[in-house]
Design a protein around this ligand. Structure first.
Ligand code: MTE
Ligand code: MO
Length: 230
């Protein structure tokens, strides 16, 4: 049995976040918002791309049936026919990549702990390519500051600061525990990172865009911390 967390908890969280978002005009909220922006800048400043999150032994792996599946769609979405990843924005060589083309790039694997903002955590190994290796393939321009990940799942997206995206433990993953991603965990390709909370790791990936401006995110725009470092 899969321990998928019910949508109801998510909807409750979203409602609470939108109540907060609805109070924009109150001075106390704008103060809190300013503090949050300040805090995001502070978190980004102390973030070090050379600090690696601990990689865990195989014995730490969570049994897959106990690894929650979390998605905003009613059902785990099917992979669109002829799926490819579109990579664009401020890059020298924008392009479309099939899964086979991505798998021909420099592969890596890591076993790290997943942290969901809702309080659960779980461990798996993830196989894929580093976002930094993809960045080398497409050639990012000097004014890139952010990396946006977009899903084909209900318009889900998340925008990251460049340093976190270029961290060596930030991957585009097609594999989990040595097998292809299941649809519950984001098939065919997802973001996986040891340095961010779960909601920053877009599953059902459709696009990666290298940007000069911050485009927010699905949960981030509803009040969740944008930096969301672990
Ligand atoms: N496209 C998409 N990506 C998503 C989500 C989603 O609903 N849609 N949920 C996020 C959240 S909140 C978490 S905790 C992780 C869950 O990954 P898992 O289902 O493999 O545990 O995916 C993240 N990525
Ligand atoms: Mo999450």
């Amino acid at each position: 049995m899969n321990s998928r967390i019910s949508r109801r908890r998510f909807v409750a969280g979203a409602a609470a976040a939108s109540i907060l978002a609805g109070c924009d005009s109150r001075p106390v909220t704008s103060f809190l918002r300013a503090m949050k922006d300040w805090n995001a800048g502070f978190e980004a400043a102390i973030f070090s791309s050379s600090r690696l999150a601990p990689e865990l032994p195989e014995s730490a792996t969570t049994p897959e049936d106990d690894f929650p599946e979390y998605y905003i769609s009613d059902e785990a979405p099917d992979v669109p026919p002829n799926w490819f990843l579109t990579v664009g924005g401020l890059v020298e060589r924008p392009g479309r990549f099939t899964l086979a083309e991505l798998q021909a790039m420099t592969r890596t694997s890591m076993r790290v702990r997943h942290h969901c903002v809702e309080g659960w955590s779980a461990v798996a190994s993830w196989q894929g390519i580093r976002v930094s290796d993809l960045a080398k393939v497409v050639g990012i321009k000097p004014d890139v500051r952010y990396v946006e990940f977009r899903s084909f799942d209900s318009g889900y997206w998340s925008c990251w600061d460049l340093a976190s995206a270029m961290h060596p433990q930030t991957l585009l993953a097609w594999g989990m525990n040595g097998h292809p991603l299941t649809s519950g965990h984001g098939a065919p390709l997802r973001v996986y990172s040891a340095v961010k909370l779960g909601y920053k790791m877009c599953k059902y990936l459709a696009e990666v865009n290298f940007l000069s401006d911050n485009s927010g995110g699905y949960w981030e725009n509803q009040g969740y911390d944008w930096f969301a470092g672990v």
